[in-house]
Ligand binder design. Sequence first.
Ligand SMILES: NC(=O)C1=CN([C@@H]2O[C@H](COP(=O)(O)OP(=O)(O)OC[C@H]3O[C@@H](n4cnc5c(N)ncnc54)[C@H](OP(=O)(O)O)[C@@H]3O)[C@@H](O)[C@H]2O)C=CC1
Ligand SMILES: Nc1nc2c(c(=O)[nH]1)N=C([C@H](O)[C@@H](O)CO)CN2
Length: 236
Amino acid sequence: MTTSAAPILITGAGQRVGLHCARRLLEDGHRVIFSYRSERPGVQTLRDLGATAVFADFSSEAGILAFISELKTHTDCLRAIVHNASEWLAETPDTDAAAFSRMFSVHMLAPYLINLHCADLLQRSSPADIVHISDDVTRKGSSKHIGYCASKAGLDSLTLSFAARYAPAIKVNGIAPALLLFNPEDDAAYRAKVLAKSALGIEPGCEVIYQSLRYLLDNPYVTGTTLTVNGGRHIK
Ligand SMILES: NC(=O)C1=CN([C@@H]2O[C@H](COP(=O)(O)OP(=O)(O)OC[C@H]3O[C@@H](n4cnc5c(N)ncnc54)[C@H](OP(=O)(O)O)[C@@H]3O)[C@@H](O)[C@H]2O)C=CC1
Ligand SMILES: Nc1nc2c(c(=O)[nH]1)N=C([C@H](O)[C@@H](O)CO)CN2
């Protein structure tokens, strides 16, 4: 198995979808650089598989710019950037601006600044891709995750704008999942309620995102597109 030269950057890969996609990219022969915020077992797993771990806290501009500087000490080129890092915060009775600011920062400011400051690394690779992991919920809004949904909708807008700005050298696309993976604290009633929202009614797991990412990386004629991966939630 040959390892392709320019690495792929994936953010928030210490667990769940990001960890799965990072492992699959390594299996497919890519070099991987990934960001993590907390030291989790998955971070060490990826290090042991040869990936490069770079700490990142995307909750502030300073943290984002510090990550970019550290990233550039590890590579001067990138095959792709996958913006996966995310916080899913619901409104609570004492919700203030802090939660909204954190989700704006991780879902919009980090992709915005990383895309602007790392375009030169992508331009040294051909093909080159940016992939934003969004959420199907932006289709209609969310009464319980208002700030989350708004920040993901802003990410969808970044997909369109950066696709226009960077064509033809860099393709820019999104993936908009609905339920992929429950969280451990999700009880049976919640799980049943969420599964009933889609036509296919399954918890698909992480591989459906890697399949979508693979399609975008391999297809030379797709840009400015967001792939819906939602089990048919929109036709239910
Ligand atoms: N899981 C699902 O069912 C769905 C997921 N999605 C989207 O798919 C993607 C992957 O989902 P999932 O794997 O569940 O994501 P997670 O909730 O597991 O978050 C991924 C990682 O993001 C990191 N992260 C969060 N905030 C910050 C920050 N401020 N700075 C740096 N890193 C941060 C976390 O790091 P740390 O571990 O260190 O805290 C975490 O490991 C996300 O973009 C999500 O919004 C969309 C729809 C459904
Ligand atoms: N960063 C995250 N975003 C989202 C998560 C998650 O666990 N982390 N989970 C969901 C839900 O699965 C939702 O799609 C179910 O209705 C959404 N976003």
